[in-house]
Write a protein that binds this ligand. Sequence first.
Ligand SMILES: [Fe+2]
Length: 293
Amino acid sequence: MTALTVKDLNPASGAEVSGLEPKQPLDEETIRVLRDLFDKRGALVFRNLDIDESFQRYLVYTLIGEEPPATAGPDVDGEPPPSFFVSNREEGGGAPYGRLLYHCDAMWAERPQPVISLYGVQVEQPSVPTMFINMGYGWDTLPEHLRTSVEGLQARHGFDHSYPNRGGDENVIDSYYEEPRSTVTPVVHHHPRTGRTLLYVSQQATIEILGLSPEDNEETLEVLFDHLYNSPGVLRHEWQEGDLVVWDNRLLQHARGTVDLEGPARTLRKVVGPMFLSEAERVRPTFSKVSGT
Ligand SMILES: [Fe+2]
């Protein structure tokens, strides 16, 4: 087995793992250790890795016990699909500028993707960090009176063309989708793989808690967001080239500060898996606002 060194990053989430040899397949003991760590800590951080997209995909699938696809699958022309980058430099890069409020990817879907990874391909300094919070920790630390007030409630998450982006400012990127989409879940949700109890509302994507008056809705969400986001459990990842961060999209929410198109290059290769969304649901948004202009 590879000799792994593990360091917890904060009380709620994150483990930095050193000593991983990025080869396929990994040995069984390494896989067991990494899977266990992933389920406990929700995010694994590797520094100074030299990996290609194939290893990134292999690790993403392996961490949840799924068989990785040989490739991401051919597109309509039979060509392998191009890599996807969150980038302020690459043409067609995702979220190329602006700020992103806390969310799970595809929180509007019945089955959002279980795992997300980003790999630092080009990261000039100073780089804008990515922040994570843990919805399981959010529930574990929620005061009893607030637990009682939200138990049994249901919330709707998604967008009517654009996300609600509660509490955002003019720097928040405005993602526009042709088709409105939303889904309803319990506010006190459960993790589909581990069963862990989650406080499941987000600043970017939660539209409303059902059955509350508009005033009670705003007040309740504000209190829950304050609890989730002003917490010792916020994990802040400062990007360097060669960083790989893999996280559980059903346990953690992520956010980032304002990226400028003209600022330091920030190109992160994104690999997720597996996807349960239909082709129609995979349509990417257009971005309609440029920060600072
Ligand atoms: Fe995201």
